[in-house]
Design a protein around this ligand. Structure first.
Ligand SMILES: [Zn+2]
Length: 229
């Protein structure tokens, strides 16, 4: 759409006509362009005030690759935020996730391949374990097993204490504190263990330690399962 506005007079004239027309599906298109201009001008409202025929907006339509990457990031973060806001009424986990997303948004962090959590040659099954320790709704945790009707109680399978959860297994359980535990703790610095999610999702320096920790805990889980079979 930006190129339509900048590359030829014929195309931009067609775009002005589309914008003036009363056809809703056309408006969706010009609206997306206007939203991009708002973002470029650091404004949150006012698409109605944008007149595409003004030279000012023609100038704004020239973009760099970095502009597009950061705009895509903004759209993505906004849509996750809206989605979570609709679902957080009674869900503690999603409230926590919303907090993380809002922090990412406010920090201006661009999520790209350089800080993508799954960029360390992990395989599919390890990726799904990593997700387990992010969303917490997994039979790896006793509270979820109980809800699913498969477990005998809410106790952690390693230490038998209650309140099993991702944070318990990752950072609090006394029975599974090996070198992966020490490394993850070191990477998290003095951060509160309960904010591990925020640290892991926003600081790429913690990724390797987090993945190693998940790999270790998963191995411990498998070993326990083999013993009970
Ligand atoms: Zn435990």
């Amino acid at each position: 759409m930006c190129k339509v506005l900048t590359q030829s007079d014929n195309l931009s004239a067609t775009l002005y006509q589309v914008d003036e027309s009363r056809i809703p599906s056309f408006h969706v298109l010009t609206m997306s362009l206007k939203k991009y201009f708002l973002w470029k001008e650091n404004k949150s409202h006012g698409t109605r005030m944008i007149d595409l025929t003004q030279q000012h907006f023609k100038d704004l339509a020239y973009y760099t690759q970095a502009d597009i990457i950061s705009y895509k990031n903004k759209i993505w973060i906004d849509s996750i935020e809206t989605n979570l806001q609709c679902r957080t009424v009674s869900n503690n986990k999603e409230t926590k996730m919303l907090g993380v997303i809002t922090k990412i948004k406010n920090s201006g962090l661009i999520l790209d391949k350089n800080n993508f959590l799954f960029g360390y040659n992990t395989n599919k099954s390890l990726d799904s374990r990593i997700m387990d320790y992010i969303h917490g709704s997994s039979p790896l945790f006793a509270n979820i097993q109980k809800i699913m009707g498969g477990g005998s109680g809410e106790a952690c399978r390693f230490c038998n204490s209650f309140n099993d959860s991702p944070v318990h297994q990752l950072l609090l359980c006394l029975e599974v504190q090996d070198t992966s535990y020490l490394q993850l703790k070191e990477e998290l610095g003095g951060a509160d263990p309960h904010s591990y999610l925020e640290e892991v999702l926003t600081k790429s320096s913690t990724h390797k330690a987090f993945i190693k920790r998940v790999e270790f805990l998963w191995g411990q889980n498998e070993a326990l399962q083999d013993l009970s079979n």
